[in-house]
Ligand binder design. Structure first.
Ligand SMILES: *Cc1c(COP(=O)(O)O)cnc(C)c1O
Length: 481
């Protein structure tokens, strides 16, 4: 058959549209999606004809035209956001969604969010309440602060604090603490957005109390200390402690603000990490306002948590900006759940995934690695699997120098390269993101739940991830794994 004859055999769009199956698809999925699918499928068919593909293949394509159209419709309707398996060993991986929440907490959030709730309703008094009411007293109990609130994220906290306390005034900050968090979040820029003028003092490596004192003038509205969460200045250094800044603030009647970045409630030294300043320490040292992230080391939902003196928190709650950056019901519900766990450190370590991952002992990781290794070997895949030592990271711009000794399963494919394997793993229906180190593909056991092992193994087997030639068609075919 020549090209023209093939083209003539392509059904007209109105004929396709009259088909009962297509009609049903339109009813269920909407006309625009189905039309797109028809156009794409017909264009694909013309391409196959042009490339002079085998007649049997073309014949089949025409015969099963509706199947192909339906497959395209389903693909278009499939959510793009999907779960991935984090084999990188980076616990707070910002690109992979930072802190995972526990299933138990999510069940509660599901009940809250799928119906009505008392988000802003005081059930006792039968009138309007505050969305912070569900966790404010918990935050006060846990940190020792007088008052608390939460906004969209910690970048928003810094913005709100400065715009409330220092609008059109100056804020003094050490040159050693002008952090860039990433994603264009730079402390000096946020200050500008908040309408505050940055008054930098000291040098990159050394700032002294008297640098701050000399900078104070009538325009000064506050002193800001920023925890250098994602870098360290080492060597010939000097910085001013929070306590010293607090006495200076008291002397001149200026609020002292601390951006802690990560924000932890638990002393991580007990678990073999280096000291990360806790929120309680900052409150105890007398900081007037302290802010931190909800989804870094705290292990909760994305949020910016602000705790401190009641008079300042009240001002912030009234700032119109608060309305623009407020948290929604998911976040309020999740925060309350996570904070409730912190009432007992033991429960927190057990029930908050981030803390559980950080504190998983090596023996447990070795056992996990052995289980996964055995499962993978039982699938008879074209690779060797070795258990190796590696280092996990906290990530999310917290404890940047910290490496937590961990255990990984290293995959050595027989026929393909490490890079090829990594690309294929990313393309799986449930993508698996490994760490590549020294040309090896590693699955770090610290960030992979046991429940994911069978998902990894069955995808590897069914989708022939380790074969020399992987069938490309199978990605969509196996989509329901
Ligand atoms: C991470 C971080 C922020 C930003 O917090 P998000 O919750 O990501 O908005 C601000 N300041 C410091 C010091 C941080 O480490």
């Amino acid at each position: 058959m020549n090209e023209k004859t093939w083209y003539r055999r392509i059904p007209k769009t109105d004929v396709l549209l009259a088909d009962e199956r297509i009609q049903n698809m339109i009813k269920k999925q909407g006309k625009a999606v189905v039309m797109d699918a028809i156009h794409m499928e017909l264009a694909e068919f013309r391409r196959l004809v042009k490339e002079k593909k085998e007649e049997t293949l073309l014949e089949q394509r025409l015969e099963f035209l509706n199947d192909h159209i339906e497959k395209r419709v389903m693909e278009a309707k499939r959510a793009d956001m999907c779960p991935v398996i984090n084999g990188t060993g980076t616990i707070l991986h910002t690109n992979l969604g930072r802190a995972p929440l526990s299933k138990k907490h999510m069940e509660h959030i599901l009940t809250i969010a799928s119906g009505y709730s008392n988000l802003e309703y005081n059930l006792e008094q039968g009138k309007r309440g505050e969305r912070y009411a569900h966790f404010e007293s918990l935050l006060c109990k846990l940190t020792g602060a007088e008052a608390a609130m939460a906004v969209n994220n910690n970048a928003a906290s810094v913005l709100l604090i400065l715009s409330t306390l220092a609008f059109k005034g100056e804020v003094i900050t050490s040159r050693g603490e002008l952090v860039e968090i990433g994603g264009h979040f730079r402390i000096p820029d946020v200050m500008e957005q908040g309408g505050a003028v940055l008054c930098e003092v000291g040098t990159t490596n050394k700032t002294r109390l008297d640098d701050f004192e000399r900078a104070i003038n009538e325009q000064t509205r506050g002193i800001l200390k920023v925890h250098t969460s994602n870098y360290r200045i080492v060597g010939f250094t000097e910085s001013v402690s929070l306590e010293e800044l607090v006495s200076l603030g008291e002397k001149y009647g200026l609020p002292v603000i601390e951006d802690l970045g990560s924000g932890v409630f638990i002393n991580l030294e007990k678990y073999g990490l280096s000291h990360e300043p806790t929120v309680q320490e900052s409150v105890r040292a007398g900081a007037d306002v302290v802010c931190f992230s909800g989804d870094k080391l705290l292990g909760g939902p994305q949020a910016g948590i602000i705790v401190g003196k009641k008079k300042y928190i009240e001002q912030m709650k009234k700032n119109p900006l608060t309305r623009a950056i407020r948290i929604d019901k998911f976040t309020a519900a999740a925060l309350e759940q996570v904070l409730l766990e912190y009432l007992s450190e033991e429960q927190a370590l057990k029930n908050i995934p981030v803390l559980r991952m950080i504190t998983t002992p090596r023996e447990k990781l070795e056992k996990k690695a052995a289980d996964l290794q055995e499962m993978l070997y039982s699938c008879e895949l074209a690779a060797d699997f070795k258990i190796v030592s590696c280092d996990s990271q906290i990530g999310g711009g917290a404890l940047p120098l910290e490496r937590i000794p961990s255990v990984a399963v290293a995959i050595f494919p027989h026929f393909i390269s490490a890079d090829q394997l990594e690309t294929r793993m990313r393309a799986l229906p449930v993508p698996v993101i490994p760490r590549i180190a020294d040309d090896r593909v590693l699955l770090d056991m610290r960030t992979i739940e046991e429940g994911s092992f069978s998902v990894i193994a069955s995808q590897f087997k069914q989708l022939r991830v380790l074969e020399a030639q992987q069938k490309t068609e199978e990605k969509t075919a196996g989509a329901d794994i």
